[in-house]
Ligand binder design. Structure first.
Ligand SMILES: C[S@@+](CC[C@H](N)C(=O)[O-])C[C@H]1O[C@@H](n2cnc3c(N)ncnc32)[C@H](O)[C@@H]1O
Length: 177
């Protein structure tokens, strides 16, 4: 399996902290390897997301790049933009699979409030998760979950300081090691 990078465009400091953090955590839980933020640089949000990822384990990378166009142009495997205006993603997952390079790398782009028009031309596939407006978090989760056929939910996050002990009721965590 290749490496999956999520590009979250258009972050706004202050207004988007929570949703941008949730895009990162969702990318991590649903099988991505890395998130790249563009928009306003927000060191506080980046650091708190990195801390969270470190505590909960795994190798998820959190980075900032001012120039999102370069991130897209320099990526040399398949590039997917999730947008309500795209083609139904469920009908095009086979095309995505066959466009993957030998390493199986993929860039998945989600937007914020406003999406610059040229994104549509810079990618290989503009795909919709339904054609109603919802959210970058929901679109990303559903797309990755289907892409991995649900297998990503079984991934292990090595080196965690804290893990959940699943319970029928109540909340239990433990500190492994
Ligand atoms: C708040 S929405 C922005 C919607 C905006 N009107 C637009 O230009 O698409 C933020 C992001 O959520 C994702 N999104 C929202 N609804 C979607 C859908 N139905 N299918 C795929 N992605 C969606 C897109 O990545 C979008 O850029």
């Amino acid at each position: 399996m290749g490496s999956i990078t999520v590009l979250r465009m258009g972050h706004r400091r202050g207004r988007d902290d929570r949703i941008s953090t949730h895009v990162g955590l969702t990318a991590r839980q649903f099988g991505a390897d890395r998130i790249v933020y563009s928009g306003e640089k927000d060191s506080k949000m980046l650091e708190s997301l990195r801390d969270l990822c470190e505590r909960w384990g795994g190798d998820f990378d959190v980075v900032y790049r001012e120039d999102w166009r370069t991130v897209i142009k320099d990526f040399d495997s398949v590039k997917i933009h999730l947008t309500m205006y795209g083609l139904p993603f469920q009908d095009h997952l086979d095309d995505v699979q066959s466009d993957l390079d030998a390493d199986g790398d993929m860039l998945v782009i989600v937007g914020g409030e406003k999406i610059p028009k040229d994104v549509y031309d810079l990618v290989d596939h503009n795909l919709a998760v339904g054609h109603q407006p919802h959210s970058e978090v929901g679109a990303l989760a559903v797309f990755l979950h289907d892409f991995f056929d649900g297998d990503e939910l079984g991934q292990k996050f090595e080196g965690a300081d804290i893990t959940v002990v699943p319970q029928e009721q109540g909340k239990k965590t433990e500190r492994p090691g």
